[in-house]
Design a protein around this ligand. Structure first.
Ligand SMILES: O=C(CO)[C@@H](O)[C@H](O)[C@H](O)[C@H](O)COP(=O)(O)O
Ligand SMILES: [Zn+2]
Length: 197
């Protein structure tokens, strides 16, 4: 195997994934900026969750809301539901792993809050149950998925936003997800502070 050309193919495949995603997702991503901004402007908050690499993405995104993205601004309210090991072990142990996010959405969610639900397959049961709990709490959902969106496609409502990356490999989907989340942060900052750096 020529390892250098193998590595080069990763760059080229990632570029292709971003290009095809930009064609399909720029418009719903723009709607997602409006949804998150509208929630925060009305004293709402953002809850985010995912498993594995998507857990890292969820907490990365929330850190940029509560802390900052590129520019100084007021702190914005959000909680990553995959970060508290006491909650995750207690709820997982007592109610099952599929309940770890649902229980927190039910505990923390208020009408007008937004759930950012991240699953590359769209089939993780704990993320699906978080979405159902968000609907029960009258929260809108922004779902970041791939692989056609899986079961999440079937449970989203008209008021939700589906950012489904048109790719089948988990890693490529995750690479696009982080671009979507950074773009979301940048869009929020542009609405708050103006669009010039
Ligand atoms: O980061 C990776 C693979 O790139 C893994 O940790 C991956 O996130 C895990 O296998 C997750 O459990 C996959 O869940 P999902 O994206 O299908 O909801
Ligand atoms: Zn990964």
């Amino acid at each position: 195997m020529d390892m250098t050309s193998h590595m080069t193919s990763h760059f080229n495949d990632a570029i292709d994934a971003l290009k095809t995603s930009s064609r399909e997702l720029a418009e719903p991503l723009s709607a997602a900026v409006d949804l998150v901004f509208g929630s925060l402007a009305n004293n709402g908050k953002i809850l985010a969750c995912g498993n594995g690499g998507s857990a890292a993405d969820a907490q990365h995104f929330i850190a940029e809301l509560v802390g900052r993205f590129e520019r100084d601004r007021l702190p914005l309210g959000g909680v990553a539901l995959n970060t508290d090991t006491s909650i995750l072990t207690a709820v997982g142990n007592d109610y099952g792993f599929d309940a770890i996010f649902e229980r927190q959405v039910t505990a923390l969610g208020q009408p007008g809050d937004v759930l950012v639900a991240i699953s590359t397959s769209g089939n993780s049961a704990n993320v699906i149950r978080a979405i159902e709990a968000a609907h029960d709490r009258e929260m809108a959902v922004i779902a970041l998925t791939g692989k056609g969106g899986g079961k999440i496609t079937e449970i989203l409502q008209d008021t939700d936003i589906h950012l489904c990356v048109p790719q089948d490999r988990t890693m490529r989907i995750q690479e696009v997800h982080i671009v979507l989340l950074h773009a979301l942060c940048d869009g929020i900052d542009a609405l708050l502070l103006g669009d010039t750096l």
